[in-house]
Design a protein around this ligand. Structure first.
Ligand SMILES: Cc1cc2nc3c(=O)[nH]c(=O)nc-3n(C[C@H](O)[C@H](O)[C@H](O)COP(=O)(O)O)c2cc1C
Ligand code: SF4
Ligand code: SF4
Length: 265
């Protein structure tokens, strides 16, 4: 049986959790969905773990597509390394696995600092608490996964916020995630280094006359805005005075590697 950890990340939270799981479960291999998504198509028996952020109470499109393409038999555990408010993620994942030969055995909610900068930067003390709490759960989660224990964490989202407000706003907004890349702007601090275009997991950015331009396939991972060394990328002019967020255990090189497609040889 193939044992594999798959992750998607923009600012490193999901990668840091995936690495910690990997340190505990050394017989698993670790793969980036953005770099090697095609592994989903393998018709093998597998035990897999998927680590993902949460966007607008939902799952990133790239992770949804990965799960849709997932073939073979075996077991899957989901780990949400979002901001803690899962909204409809647990129900959506259950539905997605209902017609697969891979059984969904567990879903875990590991709250991490929010990288949604338009709402403000996460407080340093809160970050520390979240990292400590996350770290302290890893051993228990790995144990449950190895024992194939059936388990579902709480979505930490009230009925009101799941279905009324912001539920409605999020459900409507989620459909337009891919177009929201057009809301990014670049200011005069840009020195044309091209990092934003190289770091984007879906090649949604191109350099045009030495400045980035965004297309309409954005995942809203915020890698471009958060990793720009000059803090020159803004979201609808709301972010110029807000500190950037990047997981402290992850480097620019890690994210570059995670988000660069490997060849399909
Ligand atoms: C556009 C956007 C929407 C988000 N929506 C949610 C949400 O609905 N619930 C939540 O818990 N976190 C939400 N977040 C926070 C991220 O899921 C969280 O910071 C995650 O840890 C980032 O993972 P990464 O560092 O691996 O990219 C959102 C972030 C972004 C950029
Ligand atoms: S990463 Fe920042 S400085 Fe570099 S090209 Fe992109 S916007 Fe300009
Ligand atoms: S354009 Fe920026 S936010 Fe959108 S997918 Fe690319 S790196 Fe992520």
């Amino acid at each position: 049986m193939k044992k594999q950890i798959f992750y998607f990340t923009g600012t490193g939270n999901s990668l840091s959790i995936a690495k910690k799981i990997h340190n505990n479960l050394k017989d698993y291999s670790i793969h980036s969905i953005a770099a090697e998504g095609y592994l989903a198509e393998e018709e093998t028996e597998k035990q897999i773990i998927i680590v993902t952020p949460v966007y607008m109470h939902n799952i990133p499109y790239i992770v949804r597509n990965f799960i849709q393409d997932l073939h073979g038999t075996g077991f899957c555990s989901m780990i949400f390394a979002g901001g803690g408010e899962l909204g409809k993620c647990i129900d959506i994942i259950e539905k997605m696995f209902s017609d697969k030969f891979i059984s969904l055995i567990s879903q875990f909610n590991i709250p991490m600092p929010s990288n949604y900068t338009p709402f403000g930067a996460p407080d340093q003390e809160i970050q520390k608490k979240l990292f400590n709490k996350a770290h302290s759960r890893i051993g228990e989660i790995c144990q449950m996964i190895s024992e194939k224990k059936v388990h579902t964490d709480d979505s930490n989202t009230s009925f009101f916020s799941r279905n009324i407000h912001p539920g409605i706003a999020y459900s409507m907004g989620y459909k337009y995630l891919s177009y929201l890349g057009k809301s990014f702007t670049v200011d005069s601090k840009c020195d044309s280094c091209g990092i934003c275009a190289r770091i984007c997991p879906v090649d949604n950015i191109q350099m045009n006359e030495n400045k980035p331009i965004w297309f309409q396939n954005c995942q809203q991972c915020y890698a471009c805005l958060q990793w720009c060394p000059k803090e020159a990328i803004q979201y609808k002019n709301k972010t110029s005075s807000i500190e950037r967020y990047r997981n402290p255990e992850v480097t620019l090189k890690d994210i570059m590697t995670s988000n660069t497609k490997t060849s399909r040889e």
